[in-house]
Design a protein around this ligand. Structure first.
Ligand code: 4AD
Ligand code: MG
Length: 480
């Protein structure tokens, strides 16, 4: 008999058919001579109730049907009274694929802390919370490809191993096949990378942007969606050492076109989740409400998860310059009362996430796009403004998250780009291929990077980025 997924079974409106389902036991309850087993196969947040009449033959099998065990169950669908679902399965036959010893199985049918579940990330997929999060993560992956595909963008696979540092922050993981206990040296005592695998020093990419730009100079509108790596030692709830980034890059777009695309994309993705991930979102919304109740009154979020998502879909993003934002922050009561860990008093300093969140959550109460940042705090490739001080950067700031997107119009002028590279001591000879696009048919162009986990964090209402990627990589942690 062919297996049917539980998501399909729960949609049935006619009953009495013989079917087969397979999955993992969430709970077992025995009442008189009937056992009730809640079975889940990951196709939906909801369990299928299996009703088993106990007889001497089945008792032996039933003792192996515990939380965590995997089963194949045949039976007849019947209309359910009570149990929250319309349908349940009257069991005629059970096979236990794999047992889970109740004394050892770490996932008991009770609420476990997210911290504990991180330590058993190999099993946390089996909880309601994580299965919901990862179904939503999948839906967002699909929606991103759909969004760009429908617009005629071409997906480009950019390299993971590179010789360049796109962001110029020096936060790279080196890739080598040299024996690090016995490094070859040049005459002047430096490491001889000519003997390394690629004949030069290489690292894991921090961004696919530079290669994306090369493709955009022919295909016009492209996007990358790949893993990126940063050896930045920030142990926060919003940073990972390995994260996924979506980087569209568009020829003939200026900064305003870039902002419009970012806003349209984010609203599309949130709307997609609201329309396609309803049950999982409702579960996570309730979960979040309970989590909020544990917090002190003044730290609680006054919007439910679903309200917050709708809020992003229904409001135009607020656009202003960095300079205007600094004025708002400088004159804010929060700043005057010393409520920021990093007080705002000078133009030119980078914004911290507390400042970004203040602008979004307290001041404008909607997503914000900040533009025209000081060039000193942004990457070399951003288009320089006429004032000589700022660049055509844009950061999209979201409630709870802070920066969710970073991007800019790109410097398309060869001379200006070279002089910026030299100012920053970036080795010009390593960038020859990037610079050549400014020599041959250069055009105004723009792009941005969306941090995929920050998007999933926002959509799911989870509070730690480690809980929206299956196996997080963070300082001192690469388990699994
Ligand atoms: O602002 P970033 O560093 O921009 C770039 O990498 C550009 N090359 C993008 C572009 O213009 N094509 O990173 C972009 C986004 C951030 O806004 C943030 O959402 C996410 O990537 N991000 C991280 N997410 C998780 N962990 C980290 N350590 C992250 N660093 C950046
Ligand atoms: Mg950034």
């Amino acid at each position: 008999m062919k297996r049917i997924k539980i998501s399909e079974v729960l949609k049935l409106t006619t009953f009495g058919d013989e079917i087969c389902v397979m999955g993992w036991v969430r709970t077992k309850r025995i009442s008189k001579n009937v056992a009730f087993v809640a079975l889940n196969d990951g196709s939906t947040i909801n369990n299928l109730q299996i009703v088993i009449e106990i007889n001497p033959e089945i008792e032996n099998i039933l003792s192996r049907v515990n939380t965590g065990a995997s089963l194949s169950v045949k039976g007849k669908t019947v209309e359910s009274v009570g149990s929250g679902q319309k349908v349940e399965l009257q069991c005629t036959d059970i096979t236990v694929f794999g047992q889970a010893n109740p004394d050892e199985y770490p996932l008991q049918p009770k609420r476990h802390s997210l911290e504990f579940l991180r330590e058993i990330a190999h099993l946390r997929f089996r909880t309601n919370t994580f299965s919901a999060v990862f179904r939503i993560r999948h839906a967002m992956t699909f929606a991103i490809h759909k969004f760009f595909n429908d617009k005629g963008f071409c997906n480009i696979h950019t390299p993971i191993i590179t010789g360049s540092d796109a962001e110029g922050a020096g936060e790279m993981f080196q890739v080598t096949s040299l024996d690090i206990n016995n490094l070859p040296r040049t005459e002047d005592g430096k490491i001889d990378y000519s003997q390394d695998f690629f004949g030069k020093m290489t690292n894991l990419t921090v961004s696919g942007q530079l290669e994306g730009e090369l493709a955009a100079m022919a295909l016009s509108e492209v996007y990358t969606f790949g893993p990126t790596f940063r050896a930045e030692n920030s142990n926060t709830a919003r940073h990972l050492a390995e994260f996924w980034m979506i980087e569209p890059e568009m020829a003939f777009y200026d900064i305003n076109d870039n902002m419009d695309l970012a806003e349209e994309m984010l609203q599309y993705l949130v709307k997609y989740a609201l329309e396609n991930c309803r049950e999982d979102l409702e579960f996570l919304s309730k979960r979040r409400e309970e989590e909020q109740k544990q917090k002190p009154q003044n730290e609680r979020d006054d919007m439910s998860l679903i309200e917050r998502l709708k809020f992003v879909v229904n409001n135009k993003f607020e656009k202003l310059t960095y300079t205007e934002a600094i004025e708002i922050l400088k004159n804010s009561n929060a700043n005057k009362k010393g409520q920021f860990a990093y007080p705002v008093n000078t133009w030119g300093t980078d914004l911290q996430s507390e400042h970004e969140r203040y602008l979004v959550e307290k001041h404008f109460k909607k997503p914000v796009i900040l533009t025209d940042y000081p060039k000193e705090i942004k990457a070399f490739y951003m288009k320089q403004n006429e004032d000589g001080k700022t660049v055509r950067a844009m950061d999209v700031l979201f409630p709870q998250i802070g920066e969710i997107i970073g991007g800019s119009q790109r410097e398309e002028d060869y001379d200006k780009l070279v002089s910026r590279i030299n100012e920053l001591n970036i080795p010009e000879k390593d960038m020859w291929w990037y610079l050549e696009t400014r020599k041959f048919g250069s055009v105004p162009h723009s792009g941005y990077g969306l941090g995929f986990e920050r998007l999933v964090l926002f959509i799911t209402g989870m509070s730690n980025i480690r809980d929206v990627i299956p196996f997080p990589r963070t300082p001192k942690n690469a388990e699994f």
